[in-house]
Ligand binder design. Structure first.
Ligand code: TYM
Length: 338
Protein backbone atom coordinates (compact mmCIF):
# COMPACT_ATOMS: atom_id res chain seq x y z
CA UNK A 1 0.00 0.00 0.00
CA UNK A 2 1.03 3.55 -0.61
CA UNK A 3 2.34 5.43 2.44
CA UNK A 4 1.75 8.89 1.07
CA UNK A 5 -1.63 10.47 1.80
CA UNK A 6 -3.11 11.66 -1.45
CA UNK A 7 -5.83 14.30 -1.44
CA UNK A 8 -9.13 12.73 -2.55
CA UNK A 9 -9.76 13.53 -6.21
CA UNK A 10 -12.23 11.95 -8.63
CA UNK A 11 -11.59 11.32 -12.32
CA UNK A 12 -13.65 9.54 -14.94
CA UNK A 13 -13.96 9.46 -18.71
CA UNK A 14 -16.36 8.57 -21.49
CA UNK A 15 -15.60 7.95 -25.17
CA UNK A 16 -17.14 10.37 -27.66
CA UNK A 17 -17.89 7.65 -30.17
CA UNK A 18 -21.57 7.62 -30.99
CA UNK A 19 -24.73 8.08 -29.00
CA UNK A 20 -24.80 7.96 -25.21
CA UNK A 21 -27.02 5.14 -23.95
CA UNK A 22 -28.82 4.24 -20.74
CA UNK A 23 -25.80 2.18 -19.56
CA UNK A 24 -23.55 5.25 -19.83
CA UNK A 25 -26.13 7.33 -18.01
CA UNK A 26 -26.85 4.97 -15.11
CA UNK A 27 -23.37 3.43 -14.85
CA UNK A 28 -21.52 6.71 -15.16
CA UNK A 29 -23.16 10.12 -15.79
CA UNK A 30 -25.89 9.96 -13.15
CA UNK A 31 -23.43 8.73 -10.56
CA UNK A 32 -20.99 11.54 -11.41
CA UNK A 33 -23.73 14.07 -10.86
CA UNK A 34 -24.64 12.47 -7.51
CA UNK A 35 -20.96 12.39 -6.45
CA UNK A 36 -20.42 16.03 -7.39
CA UNK A 37 -22.55 17.00 -4.42
CA UNK A 38 -20.03 15.43 -2.03
CA UNK A 39 -17.64 18.31 -2.61
CA UNK A 40 -14.58 16.32 -3.76
CA UNK A 41 -12.64 17.90 -6.64
CA UNK A 42 -13.72 16.03 -9.78
CA UNK A 43 -12.49 15.94 -13.35
CA UNK A 44 -14.66 14.48 -16.13
CA UNK A 45 -13.20 13.81 -19.52
CA UNK A 46 -14.28 13.21 -23.09
CA UNK A 47 -11.63 10.74 -24.23
CA UNK A 48 -11.24 11.60 -27.90
CA UNK A 49 -7.76 10.04 -28.09
CA UNK A 50 -9.28 6.75 -26.96
CA UNK A 51 -12.07 7.06 -29.52
CA UNK A 52 -9.60 7.07 -32.45
CA UNK A 53 -8.17 3.67 -31.47
CA UNK A 54 -10.88 2.52 -33.91
CA UNK A 55 -11.69 4.49 -37.09
CA UNK A 56 -13.73 7.70 -36.60
CA UNK A 57 -14.90 10.17 -39.19
CA UNK A 58 -13.33 13.54 -38.25
CA UNK A 59 -16.57 15.52 -38.45
CA UNK A 60 -18.48 12.89 -36.48
CA UNK A 61 -15.81 12.88 -33.78
CA UNK A 62 -16.09 16.65 -33.37
CA UNK A 63 -19.87 16.45 -33.14
CA UNK A 64 -19.78 13.53 -30.71
CA UNK A 65 -17.26 15.27 -28.47
CA UNK A 66 -19.41 18.38 -28.21
CA UNK A 67 -22.54 16.27 -27.79
CA UNK A 68 -20.87 14.35 -24.97
CA UNK A 69 -19.94 17.62 -23.30
CA UNK A 70 -23.60 18.63 -23.58
CA UNK A 71 -24.53 15.21 -22.15
CA UNK A 72 -22.32 15.72 -19.09
CA UNK A 73 -23.82 19.13 -18.39
CA UNK A 74 -27.42 18.04 -19.09
CA UNK A 75 -26.93 15.11 -16.68
CA UNK A 76 -26.04 17.54 -13.90
CA UNK A 77 -22.28 18.06 -14.10
CA UNK A 78 -21.79 21.73 -13.36
CA UNK A 79 -18.67 23.18 -15.03
CA UNK A 80 -18.45 25.64 -12.13
CA UNK A 81 -18.11 22.79 -9.65
CA UNK A 82 -16.29 20.10 -11.67
CA UNK A 83 -13.61 20.33 -14.34
CA UNK A 84 -14.87 19.25 -17.76
CA UNK A 85 -12.24 18.50 -20.37
CA UNK A 86 -11.58 17.00 -23.74
CA UNK A 87 -8.58 14.67 -23.49
CA UNK A 88 -6.57 15.95 -26.49
CA UNK A 89 -6.77 19.51 -25.15
CA UNK A 90 -4.71 18.50 -22.11
CA UNK A 91 -1.52 17.17 -23.73
CA UNK A 92 -0.08 15.77 -20.48
CA UNK A 93 -2.45 12.77 -20.79
CA UNK A 94 -0.70 11.58 -23.96
CA UNK A 95 2.74 12.50 -22.63
CA UNK A 96 2.32 10.44 -19.47
CA UNK A 97 0.80 7.64 -21.56
CA UNK A 98 4.11 7.30 -23.39
CA UNK A 99 5.96 6.83 -20.10
CA UNK A 100 3.38 4.22 -19.11
CA UNK A 101 3.78 2.44 -22.46
CA UNK A 102 7.32 1.84 -21.28
CA UNK A 103 6.24 0.69 -17.80
CA UNK A 104 3.36 -1.63 -18.74
CA UNK A 105 4.17 -5.08 -20.11
CA UNK A 106 2.88 -6.55 -23.38
CA UNK A 107 1.54 -9.54 -21.45
CA UNK A 108 -0.64 -7.32 -19.23
CA UNK A 109 -2.21 -5.65 -22.24
CA UNK A 110 -2.75 -8.94 -24.03
CA UNK A 111 -4.82 -10.22 -21.10
CA UNK A 112 -7.37 -7.37 -21.23
CA UNK A 113 -10.77 -8.81 -22.11
CA UNK A 114 -11.79 -5.58 -23.86
CA UNK A 115 -8.75 -5.89 -26.14
CA UNK A 116 -9.62 -9.51 -26.89
CA UNK A 117 -13.26 -8.63 -27.59
CA UNK A 118 -12.51 -5.62 -29.76
CA UNK A 119 -9.51 -6.97 -31.67
CA UNK A 120 -11.31 -10.29 -32.14
CA UNK A 121 -9.61 -12.94 -34.21
CA UNK A 122 -7.85 -10.39 -36.37
CA UNK A 123 -5.50 -8.80 -33.83
CA UNK A 124 -2.86 -8.27 -36.52
CA UNK A 125 -5.09 -5.68 -38.15
CA UNK A 126 -6.00 -3.84 -34.92
CA UNK A 127 -4.31 -0.51 -34.24
CA UNK A 128 -1.36 -0.28 -31.88
CA UNK A 129 -3.40 2.35 -30.05
CA UNK A 130 -6.16 -0.17 -29.31
CA UNK A 131 -3.59 -2.46 -27.70
CA UNK A 132 -2.06 0.37 -25.66
CA UNK A 133 -5.49 1.79 -24.76
CA UNK A 134 -5.29 0.88 -21.04
CA UNK A 135 -1.92 2.67 -20.61
CA UNK A 136 -3.53 5.88 -21.84
CA UNK A 137 -6.44 5.26 -19.48
CA UNK A 138 -3.99 4.84 -16.58
CA UNK A 139 -2.36 8.12 -17.63
CA UNK A 140 -5.76 9.89 -17.69
CA UNK A 141 -6.25 8.96 -14.07
CA UNK A 142 -2.74 9.23 -12.69
CA UNK A 143 -1.83 12.55 -14.34
CA UNK A 144 -4.25 13.99 -11.73
CA UNK A 145 -3.14 11.69 -8.90
CA UNK A 146 -6.83 10.79 -8.84
CA UNK A 147 -7.77 8.57 -5.91
CA UNK A 148 -11.28 7.50 -6.96
CA UNK A 149 -12.66 6.49 -10.34
CA UNK A 150 -16.42 5.92 -10.68
CA UNK A 151 -17.13 3.57 -13.61
CA UNK A 152 -19.38 0.73 -14.70
CA UNK A 153 -18.41 -2.88 -14.08
CA UNK A 154 -16.88 -3.30 -17.57
CA UNK A 155 -13.97 -0.99 -16.69
CA UNK A 156 -12.90 -2.91 -13.59
CA UNK A 157 -10.05 -4.78 -15.26
CA UNK A 158 -8.63 -1.57 -16.72
CA UNK A 159 -8.61 -0.02 -13.26
CA UNK A 160 -6.77 -2.99 -11.81
CA UNK A 161 -4.19 -2.50 -14.54
CA UNK A 162 -3.98 1.21 -13.60
CA UNK A 163 -3.01 0.13 -10.08
CA UNK A 164 -0.44 -2.30 -11.49
CA UNK A 165 1.12 0.44 -13.60
CA UNK A 166 1.24 2.86 -10.63
CA UNK A 167 2.77 0.18 -8.41
CA UNK A 168 5.38 -0.82 -10.99
CA UNK A 169 6.37 2.80 -11.66
CA UNK A 170 6.71 3.47 -7.93
CA UNK A 171 8.70 0.28 -7.46
CA UNK A 172 10.99 0.67 -10.49
CA UNK A 173 11.94 4.23 -9.58
CA UNK A 174 11.89 3.74 -5.81
CA UNK A 175 9.27 6.43 -5.24
CA UNK A 176 5.83 6.72 -3.74
CA UNK A 177 4.61 9.09 -6.41
CA UNK A 178 1.46 7.64 -7.97
CA UNK A 179 -1.54 6.66 -5.82
CA UNK A 180 -3.17 3.24 -6.05
CA UNK A 181 -6.52 4.40 -7.34
CA UNK A 182 -9.78 2.96 -6.01
CA UNK A 183 -12.41 1.90 -8.52
CA UNK A 184 -15.89 3.01 -7.43
CA UNK A 185 -18.40 0.55 -8.86
CA UNK A 186 -21.59 1.01 -6.85
CA UNK A 187 -25.35 1.04 -7.20
CA UNK A 188 -28.04 -0.97 -8.96
CA UNK A 189 -26.90 -0.26 -12.51
CA UNK A 190 -23.16 -0.79 -12.79
CA UNK A 191 -23.89 -3.32 -15.53
CA UNK A 192 -26.96 -2.45 -17.58
CA UNK A 193 -27.69 -5.31 -19.96
CA UNK A 194 -28.96 -5.41 -23.54
CA UNK A 195 -32.77 -5.25 -23.84
CA UNK A 196 -32.59 -8.10 -26.37
CA UNK A 197 -30.26 -10.44 -24.47
CA UNK A 198 -29.83 -10.37 -20.69
CA UNK A 199 -26.40 -11.99 -20.91
CA UNK A 200 -24.83 -9.16 -22.95
CA UNK A 201 -24.10 -5.66 -21.69
CA UNK A 202 -25.90 -2.71 -23.24
CA UNK A 203 -23.39 -1.29 -25.67
CA UNK A 204 -23.14 1.24 -28.49
CA UNK A 205 -21.43 -1.37 -30.64
CA UNK A 206 -24.41 -3.78 -30.54
CA UNK A 207 -25.75 -3.91 -34.13
CA UNK A 208 -29.36 -3.91 -32.89
CA UNK A 209 -30.65 -0.40 -31.97
CA UNK A 210 -33.49 -2.15 -30.06
CA UNK A 211 -30.89 -3.49 -27.60
CA UNK A 212 -30.30 -0.07 -26.05
CA UNK A 213 -32.05 3.13 -25.05
CA UNK A 214 -30.17 6.15 -26.38
CA UNK A 215 -30.29 9.49 -24.60
CA UNK A 216 -31.43 10.94 -27.92
CA UNK A 217 -34.45 8.58 -28.20
CA UNK A 218 -37.87 10.23 -28.03
CA UNK A 219 -40.66 9.10 -25.72
CA UNK A 220 -42.33 6.82 -28.30
CA UNK A 221 -39.07 5.09 -29.15
CA UNK A 222 -38.28 4.51 -25.47
CA UNK A 223 -41.75 3.06 -24.85
CA UNK A 224 -41.46 0.83 -27.91
CA UNK A 225 -38.03 -0.49 -26.96
CA UNK A 226 -39.13 -1.36 -23.43
CA UNK A 227 -42.34 -2.96 -24.76
CA UNK A 228 -40.27 -5.16 -27.05
CA UNK A 229 -37.61 -5.92 -24.43
CA UNK A 230 -37.03 -9.64 -24.00
CA UNK A 231 -38.55 -11.07 -20.81
CA UNK A 232 -39.83 -14.36 -19.45
CA UNK A 233 -43.52 -15.23 -18.96
CA UNK A 234 -43.56 -15.10 -15.14
CA UNK A 235 -44.75 -12.30 -12.89
CA UNK A 236 -42.19 -10.20 -11.01
CA UNK A 237 -41.09 -11.66 -7.67
CA UNK A 238 -41.44 -9.83 -4.34
CA UNK A 239 -37.87 -10.50 -3.25
CA UNK A 240 -34.47 -10.15 -4.94
CA UNK A 241 -33.84 -13.89 -4.55
CA UNK A 242 -36.63 -14.47 -7.09
CA UNK A 243 -34.61 -12.67 -9.81
CA UNK A 244 -31.91 -15.31 -9.74
CA UNK A 245 -31.63 -17.03 -13.14
CA UNK A 246 -33.92 -14.39 -14.67
CA UNK A 247 -31.35 -12.05 -16.26
CA UNK A 248 -33.82 -10.04 -18.36
CA UNK A 249 -36.22 -9.49 -15.45
CA UNK A 250 -33.33 -8.57 -13.18
CA UNK A 251 -32.03 -6.07 -15.71
CA UNK A 252 -35.36 -4.25 -16.01
CA UNK A 253 -35.75 -4.13 -12.22
CA UNK A 254 -32.19 -2.82 -11.85
CA UNK A 255 -32.91 -0.09 -14.39
CA UNK A 256 -36.10 0.85 -12.55
CA UNK A 257 -34.23 0.95 -9.22
CA UNK A 258 -31.40 3.09 -10.56
CA UNK A 259 -33.72 5.53 -12.33
CA UNK A 260 -35.92 5.97 -9.26
CA UNK A 261 -33.04 6.03 -6.70
CA UNK A 262 -34.41 3.01 -4.88
CA UNK A 263 -32.92 -0.32 -3.85
CA UNK A 264 -33.95 -3.52 -5.62
CA UNK A 265 -35.88 -4.56 -2.50
CA UNK A 266 -37.81 -1.30 -2.41
CA UNK A 267 -38.75 -1.70 -6.08
CA UNK A 268 -39.85 -5.30 -5.63
CA UNK A 269 -41.92 -4.37 -2.57
CA UNK A 270 -43.80 -2.03 -4.93
CA UNK A 271 -44.01 -4.08 -8.13
CA UNK A 272 -43.76 -7.71 -6.93
CA UNK A 273 -46.59 -9.79 -8.45
CA UNK A 274 -46.98 -7.54 -11.50
CA UNK A 275 -46.89 -8.96 -15.02
CA UNK A 276 -44.50 -7.40 -17.52
CA UNK A 277 -47.53 -6.02 -19.38
CA UNK A 278 -48.01 -3.68 -16.41
CA UNK A 279 -44.40 -3.18 -15.38
CA UNK A 280 -42.94 -2.30 -18.78
CA UNK A 281 -45.18 0.75 -19.41
CA UNK A 282 -44.44 1.98 -15.88
CA UNK A 283 -40.73 1.58 -16.53
CA UNK A 284 -41.02 3.39 -19.86
CA UNK A 285 -42.90 6.25 -18.20
CA UNK A 286 -40.25 6.54 -15.50
CA UNK A 287 -37.45 6.50 -18.10
CA UNK A 288 -39.13 9.15 -20.22
CA UNK A 289 -39.68 11.38 -17.17
CA UNK A 290 -35.99 11.13 -16.21
CA UNK A 291 -34.35 11.13 -19.65
CA UNK A 292 -36.68 13.53 -21.49
CA UNK A 293 -35.40 16.68 -19.71
CA UNK A 294 -31.79 15.55 -20.29
CA UNK A 295 -32.36 15.05 -24.00
CA UNK A 296 -34.06 18.45 -24.28
CA UNK A 297 -31.23 20.15 -22.39
CA UNK A 298 -28.63 18.45 -24.60
CA UNK A 299 -30.37 19.76 -27.69
CA UNK A 300 -30.51 23.24 -26.22
CA UNK A 301 -26.79 23.20 -25.39
CA UNK A 302 -25.85 21.78 -28.78
CA UNK A 303 -27.39 24.83 -30.44
CA UNK A 304 -24.48 26.92 -29.10
CA UNK A 305 -21.22 25.23 -30.02
CA UNK A 306 -19.17 28.30 -29.14
CA UNK A 307 -20.32 28.06 -25.55
CA UNK A 308 -19.41 24.36 -25.38
CA UNK A 309 -15.97 25.11 -26.82
CA UNK A 310 -15.51 27.89 -24.27
CA UNK A 311 -16.34 25.51 -21.42
CA UNK A 312 -13.84 22.95 -22.73
CA UNK A 313 -11.09 25.56 -23.20
CA UNK A 314 -11.58 26.76 -19.64
CA UNK A 315 -11.64 23.18 -18.34
CA UNK A 316 -8.35 22.45 -20.11
CA UNK A 317 -6.77 25.50 -18.52
CA UNK A 318 -7.87 24.44 -15.04
CA UNK A 319 -6.78 20.86 -15.67
CA UNK A 320 -3.30 21.87 -16.78
CA UNK A 321 -2.69 23.58 -13.45
CA UNK A 322 -2.84 20.07 -11.98
CA UNK A 323 -1.31 18.03 -14.79
CA UNK A 324 1.70 20.17 -15.75
CA UNK A 325 3.48 19.91 -12.35
CA UNK A 326 2.74 16.16 -12.12
CA UNK A 327 4.20 15.55 -15.59
CA UNK A 328 7.26 17.71 -14.77
CA UNK A 329 7.92 15.70 -11.62
CA UNK A 330 7.41 12.42 -13.52
CA UNK A 331 10.00 13.47 -16.11
CA UNK A 332 12.44 14.33 -13.31
CA UNK A 333 11.90 10.94 -11.68
CA UNK A 334 12.44 9.17 -15.00
CA UNK A 335 15.63 11.15 -15.68
CA UNK A 336 14.70 13.53 -18.44
CA UNK A 337 16.76 16.70 -18.74
CA UNK A 338 14.66 19.83 -18.81
P1 TYM B 1 -17.09 3.96 -22.25
O1 TYM B 1 -17.06 5.20 -23.07
O2 TYM B 1 -17.24 2.67 -22.95
O3 TYM B 1 -18.22 4.06 -21.18
C1 TYM B 1 -18.35 5.21 -20.34
C2 TYM B 1 -18.86 4.82 -18.96
O4 TYM B 1 -20.10 4.14 -19.08
C3 TYM B 1 -20.04 2.89 -18.40
N1 TYM B 1 -20.87 1.90 -19.12
C4 TYM B 1 -21.80 1.17 -18.52
N2 TYM B 1 -22.23 1.11 -17.25
C5 TYM B 1 -23.22 0.24 -16.97
N3 TYM B 1 -23.80 -0.57 -17.90
C6 TYM B 1 -23.40 -0.55 -19.19
N4 TYM B 1 -23.99 -1.33 -20.09
C7 TYM B 1 -22.35 0.35 -19.56
N5 TYM B 1 -21.73 0.63 -20.72
C8 TYM B 1 -20.82 1.58 -20.44
C9 TYM B 1 -18.56 2.50 -18.45
O5 TYM B 1 -18.23 1.56 -17.45
C10 TYM B 1 -17.90 3.84 -18.24
O6 TYM B 1 -17.85 4.17 -16.87
N6 TYM B 1 -12.26 3.22 -21.16
C11 TYM B 1 -13.44 3.98 -20.81
C12 TYM B 1 -13.22 5.47 -20.90
C13 TYM B 1 -12.05 5.98 -20.12
C14 TYM B 1 -11.99 6.12 -18.72
C15 TYM B 1 -10.72 6.69 -18.45
C16 TYM B 1 -12.86 5.82 -17.67
C17 TYM B 1 -10.88 6.44 -20.65
N7 TYM B 1 -10.09 6.86 -19.64
C18 TYM B 1 -10.29 6.94 -17.16
C19 TYM B 1 -12.44 6.10 -16.37
C20 TYM B 1 -11.17 6.65 -16.13
C21 TYM B 1 -14.56 3.60 -21.78
O7 TYM B 1 -14.33 3.17 -22.87
O8 TYM B 1 -15.79 3.89 -21.31
Amino acid sequence: MSETQFTPRVFSGIQPSGDLHLGNYLGALKRFADAQEQGVQSIYCMVDLHAITVPQKPDDLKRSTRELCAGFIASGIDPEKSILINQSQVPEHAQLAWIFNCVARMGWMGRMTQWKDKAGKNAEAASLGLFAYPALMAADILIYHATHVPVGEDQKQHLELTRDIAAKFNHDYGVDFFPLTEPVIEGAATRVMSLRDGSKKMSKSDPSPASRINLTDDADTIAKKFRKAKTDPDALPSEAEGLKDRPEARNLVNIYAALSDQTIDQVLAEVGGQQFGTFKPALAELAVSKLGPITAEMQRLMADETEIDRILARGAEQAREITAPILKRTYEIVGMVG
